[in-house]
Design a protein around this ligand. Structure first.
Ligand SMILES: NC(=O)c1ccc[n+]([C@@H]2O[C@H](COP(=O)([O-])OP(=O)(O)OC[C@H]3O[C@@H](n4cnc5c(N)ncnc54)[C@H](O)[C@@H]3O)[C@@H](O)[C@H]2O)c1
Length: 492
């Protein structure tokens, strides 16, 4: 089959992990690939690494050659994968413009820099497009295709077809700081760090996110893996470009970076790798259910959920109420006191929870298992009651103990991400469908934010964010107007 990439002459500049991986991806699709780094020695060394990495994956590389920049004169496509600095990328593109033919398309793999500005540096912005591969490019299917303000429709369409021809999935994105995946994950990372500063332990955050939301890696493990300095750089870009205080970095990450504790590669980040691997710490935070003792669990409340079949002589009631509690809810729970557990992540329950009632938030994980965040907060005087333990045992639910903070852990992170996704769509950066594709392929999340919004309901997310905004008074929780409109529209 002849594809768009077959016989295409591609030059890739920058042989870090991204450039090397991208070179292999084009070679697989039968393009003729020239690679170049800052000197002939660096280029040769980069090519050697490409061969060694391919060999380790048992995949011979054919059609990749070392070149000098002048060879761009005969190329159809130039890919910038040099270090993430605007000045070096601009210098390089200005050189390429002097050497290239009139049909050359320029694609940049930048994670955060403006495609419009790179287009200006090249001199013909209509031929410059973003092609943001994910790490490692040989394995990750997603490519964000970014249209600068003056990228031509023809060049954008060509870039999409090329991504298809590479066997990958393109999502289209307007030129906006952090593009799609890194932008929508911003609140995931910020909220995870804020929880630490509010007293939640590192593995508890990761355990709650993996258990309740099914993310393959918790946000703090992931940040350690990516490198905290890289994350801090993207956060500073977001704050500077949007000028909105909700993007301000969390001080804890700045102190870690300043102390050289930049994550897994440095041996120390949120986790201390000399002491324990994240997986071990997370496993310790998660509690398996106790032996079942013959209890019947029934569901009640305005958000009553379908529970698995349980039987026994004694009845326990799970009172589900996800919006801020009303007088009716408080009275209903008080009437059942002693055998009732409140199922909610709303922080207002802290004000009104009857003394004998337990408090948790029950989630059905994407693998259809029950997982609970159990509120255990000595300072706030809330402890897991025997009813909570008996209920978890009867439901065979695993759990993690969390503090009585607004949104607890999982809902706070998930809803802030949904809110950011709504802002991305509202401002026209990407479509809902592309946002979902980007988060499922780029982050391996089991659901995209709009699929999650669909299943939870816009009103629920909107109300929860307003409740968090009220209790925490930070613009981070300000709901997007699109969410408010959708939530009210659904009720009409
Ligand atoms: N690392 C990631 O996870 C990741 C993911 C997606 C996108 N990106 C983006 O991809 C690009 C490259 O990332 P990386 O992690 O491979 O970078 P890196 O810093 O590890 O490697 C960059 C390479 O570019 C070379 N280089 C620098 N200036 C050059 C020039 N003028 N001409 C030719 N070569 C030059 C360097 O010698 C080095 O080999 C960056 O824009 C980055 O933001 C990175």
């Amino acid at each position: 089959m002849i594809t768009e990439a077959m016989g295409l002459r591609v030059m890739i500049a920058g042989l870090g992990p991204m450039g090397r991986g991208i070179a292999r991806v084009f070679a697989r699709a039968h393009a003729e690939v020239d690679v170049v780094d800052i000197s002939p020695e660096f280029t040769e060394a980069g090519l050697e690494k490409i061969r060694a990495e391919a060999e380790a994956d048992r995949e011979p590389v054919v059609g990749v050659s070392a070149a000098e920049l002048a060879a761009v004169a005969t190329a159809d496509l130039f890919i910038d994968a040099v270090a993430e600095r605007m000045d070096s990328k601009c210098d390089l593109l200005a050189q390429v413009a002097r050497l290239a033919g009139p049909e050359l398309i320029v694609a940049s793999n930048t994670s955060s820099l403006s495609i419009g500005e790179l287009g200006q540096a090249f001199g013909d912005p209509s031929r410059v497009v973003g092609m943001h591969f994910f790490n490692p490019p040989t394995k990750m299917r997603l490519v964000e295709v970014i249209a600068g303000g003056r990228t031509s429709g023809k060049v954008l369409a060509r870039a999409r077809r090329l991504v298809d021809a590479l066997g990958k999935t393109p999502v289209v994105c307007r030129d906006s700081p952090n593009f799609i995946v890194n932008r929508i994950c911003r609140p995931l990372y910020y909220e995870a760090q804020l929880l630490l500063t509010q007293g939640v332990a590192v593995p508890v955050v990761d355990a709650a996110v993996s258990g309740a939301l099914g993310h393959p890696m918790g946000p703090l493990t992931l940040l350690d893996f990516t490198g905290l300095h890289t994350h801090l750089g993207s956060s500073e870009t977001a704050l500077r470009e949007f000028g909105d205080p909700r993007y301000r970095p969390i001080p804890v990450v700045r102190s870690l970076v300043r102390a050289g504790m930049t994550g897994r590669a440095a041996g120390r980040g949120f986790y201390d790798y000399a002491a324990e691997k994240p997986r071990q710490a997370i496993d310790k935070a998660v509690q398996a259910p106790a032996e079942a003792t013959g209890m019947r669990v029934v569901a009640a409340g305005p958000d009553a959920v379908q529970l698995p079949e349980t039987s026994g002589s004694e009845t326990l009631t799970l009172y589900s109420c996800h919006r801020p509690p009303t007088e009716f809810d408080v009275a209903a729970v008080a009437a059942l006191s002693g055998r009732v557990v409140v199922d909610s992540a709303d922080g207002h329950w802290l004000d009104v929870l009857p003394a004998e009632a337990g408090w948790l938030r029950l989630h059905r994980s994407p693998r259809d298992e029950l997982f609970a965040e159990v509120v255990h907060d000595e300072l706030a005087g809330i402890r897991p009651t025997p009813t909570v333990t008996a209920m978890l045992a009867a439901l065979r639910a695993t759990s993690v103990e969390v503090l009585a903070l607004p949104g607890l852990v999982a809902e706070r992170l998930a809803y802030c991400m949904i809110n950011e996704a709504c802002a991305v769509v509202e401002e026209g950066t990407a479509s809902r469908a592309d946002v979902d594709t980007a988060l499922t392929l780029g982050m391996n999340h089991p659901q995209g934010p709009f699929e999650l919004l669909e299943s939870v309901g816009a009103a629920e997310v909107y109300t929860s964010l307003r409740s968090m905004a009220e209790l925490m008074g930070d613009p981070r929780y300000r709901p997007a107007q699109l969410l408010r409109r959708q939530s009210l529209g659904a009720a009409r």
